[in-house]
Design a protein around this ligand. Structure first.
Ligand SMILES: [Zn+2]
Ligand SMILES: [Zn+2]
Ligand SMILES: [Zn+2]
Length: 298
């Protein structure tokens, strides 16, 4: 097909707080490849790689994103330190030969595209078995005191962010394809985080290294989204600390949500070791349409 021009489509994306907005052009995305390596799995990142000349930052300088590397540092994973959204990865898909001067590839996480440009839930997604690559990842261990919850049907699950600054213990009913009450949401923040949420009572969760969590509030500022400040893995979402007076002043929908949520932790199951969220059956919630006021795309 020499000389045949594939028409390019422009995709616009951004982190949630809108500090970083980009446009990339590439052939229409009809399928994507999800890598199951330790970092892509925890971040739920699905990357596409436009040509460097087809990348434009509309707002924000990508060098101001927070960098995270590990192992041989082949790829730099870049996320926004304000909202914890992982925007892109920079590195060579095929390593340069000795003496070769080759610009690195830029991968953009399609979960950060603006709403309606691709639908991750409908896309044909293939898996790249990055977990099988030789550079093994040693999952950091949770060494904290196990959370409360001694009902017989509860078992202890442990895990961490990628870098290990945050480790977690969760008491939960067995997590499997029959588990109820798990959720994936396509709202502006959950869609970008790619999280698979469980909603255990707070007492059934222990988070070690809380001081390493970034906190992000938006919209009505009643929920705090928390992510590891070092590696950018989304950890949990919790109701903000509000006084009775503040609760009394909330609108009805917010007050109902707050009352229901204040003793729960929305917990990202992608942190758990030895569990694959693809083996679960989370409910898919159209939060993007449901949550009002809606998110304003920059
Ligand atoms: Zn941001
Ligand atoms: Zn981390
Ligand atoms: Zn959501």
């Amino acid at each position: 097909m020499a000389g045949e021009q594939v028409p390019l489509k422009t995709y616009r994306g951004n982190c949630h707080c809108t500090a970083f907005v980009y446009e990339i052009s590439l052939p229409e995305i009809k399928q994507a490849t999800e890598c199951n390596c330790s970092i892509c799995y925890k971040k739920a990142s699905i990357f596409v790689f436009p040509k460097p000349s087809d990348v434009r930052f509309v707002k924000g300088d990508p060098s101001a994103l927070t960098n995270y590397t590990f192992n041989e540092k082949r790829f730099t994973h870049k996320f926004c330190s304000t909202c914890g959204v992982s925007l892109m990865v920079v590195g060579h898909l095929t390593p340069p030969k000795a003496g070769e001067d080759k610009a690195p590839d830029n991968g953009f996480n399609i979960r950060t595209f603006q709403h309606g440009q691709t639908d991750v839930w409908k896309l044909d997604i293939k898996t790249f078995d990055g977990a099988a690559l030789p550079s093994a990842y040693d999952a950091p261990k949770f060494t904290g005191f196990p959370p409360a919850g001694d009902a017989e049907d509860l078992q202890l699950y442990t895990g961490s962010c990628h870098c290990g600054a945050v480790t977690v213990g969760l008491k939960s009913k067995p997590l499997n394809k029959d588990s109820q009450g798990l959720m994936e949401c396509n709202c502006s923040i959950c869609g970008r985080y790619g999280a698979t949420w469980a909603y255990p009572p707070k007492v059934q969760v222990v988070i070690e290294g809380r001081e390493n969590l970034g906190e992000y509030y938006f919209n009505k500022k009643i929920a705090s989204k928390r992510f590891c400040k070092t590696c950018g893995v989304p950890v949990c979402s919790e109701a903000a600390e509000c006084t009775e007076e503040q609760v009394a002043q909330m609108d009805e929908a917010s007050r109902q949500w707050y009352t229901r949520s204040k003793d729960l932790t929305a917990f990202n199951l992608r942190l758990i070791n030895g569990l694959n969220v693809n083996d679960l059956n989370p409910t898919r919630f159209d939060g993007y349409t449901f949550i009002k006021p809606g998110y304003v795309e920059p």
